[in-house]
Design a protein around this ligand. Sequence first.
Ligand code: KIV
Length: 266
Amino acid sequence: MADRVTVRTLKKIKDNGEKFSMLTAYDYSTSKYFDDAGIDVILIGDSLAMTALGYEDTYSVGVEEMTIFTKAVAKGAKRAMVVTDMPFMSYTIDIPSALTNIGNMVKNGANAVKLEGCNDYIEKLIECTINMGVPVMGHIGFTPQSQNVIGGHIIQGKTEDSAYELLKQAKKLEKAGVFSIVLEMVPENVAKNITENISVPTISCGAGRYCDGFVMVCDDLFGKFDAFTPKFARKYGDMKSLITDCAIKYIQDIKNKNYPNENEVY
Ligand code: KIV
């Protein structure tokens, strides 16, 4: 069995000028296939609120649900680093409750957690989480758990001031001890500048080509989720058609008394 991808592996990849891959997964078999394929990081993203649970946004998903998905995904991943997204309100009330919720994800199989945003509280929490023994992935730029404050799905860092603010945030997260930082919906040149000016790996989520790692929501990769597809998502399959097609054929076989056949009975 290959060695588990760790914070050290990702750092080495950055230092060698190489790239790493990250995908979200929400169930055991997808996680296993990604792991077998050689993915470096698997994220139990709170995007599962929309893709797996049918919610409008990420606000509604809670710790209990994220725990169940973490458990399933972690069972499938033997080599990839498993990172759980801490859901809305699970880490922002106070440090003790945040650490309890974070610890719970690790007890259920996560190797690290992802926290959105950067402010004094988040920096303190990152330090406490690392002191507890859990690595933290940061997430700045467009942060879906603050989309009501931001005012929608809006590209971040477009002005000189906001680009500088993002660089400052990245440096603060680096100082607090994160092992990597997701940059979501950030202009390519801004993400490039951040990547070149911090020592921890950056991960592009719609932040262009020059980050150290790249992440996509698995349902976008599969062509499965059709409610909304961001510009940066590349569809590698057409799972929506595949699933619909299988269901139509199955229904037809039943109607036509073709299923089950004589080889499919006891
Ligand atoms: O929830 C999620 O899927 C994410 C990534 C796309 C970065 O946070």
